[in-house]
Design a protein around this ligand. Sequence first.
Ligand code: CP
Ligand code: NVA
Length: 309
Amino acid sequence: MKHLISIADLSPEELWHILNRARQLKDEWRSGGNKPILKGKVMGMIFQKPSLRTRISFDVAMLQLGGQALYISPDEIRLGERESVPDVARVLSRYVDVIMARVFAHRHIVELATYSRVPVINGLSDYSHPCQGIADVFTIWEKLGYLKGVKLSYVGDANNVAVSLLFAATKLGMDFTIGHPPGYGLPSEVLARAKEFARRSGSRITVTHDPIAAVRDAQVVYTDVWTSMGQEAERAQREAVFPPYQVNATLLSYARPDAIVMHCLPAHRGQEITDEVADGPQSVLFDQAENRLHAQKGILAFLMVDQFA
Ligand code: CP
Ligand code: NVA
């Protein structure tokens, strides 16, 4: 049985399988609706943090594929407080066919997967956000027509979203540059793993503290919030450090003229991205958000249908 805990666990072939499945299911949806390949299946969605895209896109993806999703709010099971994480996994996985969880501590995703009888999907942890990374490379593939050799630049905090993007990029042969302030870089074990993926796929990884150098020649400029959920106590300190990494019209002028701009959303407009850029002609933010729906379907088909085909 497969889980989706980190993109690092997927082979390039499996990642391409999900992308192709997302493409096929998006086309099918556009031409009148999806076949009910998940008829009678139920997803349990555990949330310790708020969500718009992840929650609604999984809910709608399950519905459109013939199944259904149950939203479990932070107060409902109080993961690890009211009941241990292994016991939650043991019980919930006897009721539902797939579990999706958004948690603070990544180890709770790993623990859920260890004790679950059904596939577990990481819907964001403090370490990674694989469903986002998959939707992002799907969007880049859709916009540019190819992935190998694409120059992707991430500017800002080397957070969960950056980690998943780095893993996806280096699995697929894309060149990944990150520009971040000193002290806000990628964990060393993440870089070490990504370098190994890059060696196999032919990707190049560049790390810099210079935001202009980071975006020079980029085909894709990506940013995310400076303060992620769970880091609120560091907000003032972060807001003092990150302004030079704002994706604004000046910074974007150093990228290729046809570069696309991405952000996983929610955006803090006026901080990591300006309105001018977020709403400008190079922005693909809302196509990217829509693609969460199609990517979730690719992930669900991979884990729940194709695995057992
Ligand atoms: N990008 C993303 O995961 O959005 P939500 O936090 O709204 O799910
Ligand atoms: N890095 C952000 C992403 C939100 C989708 C966070 O973890 O809050």
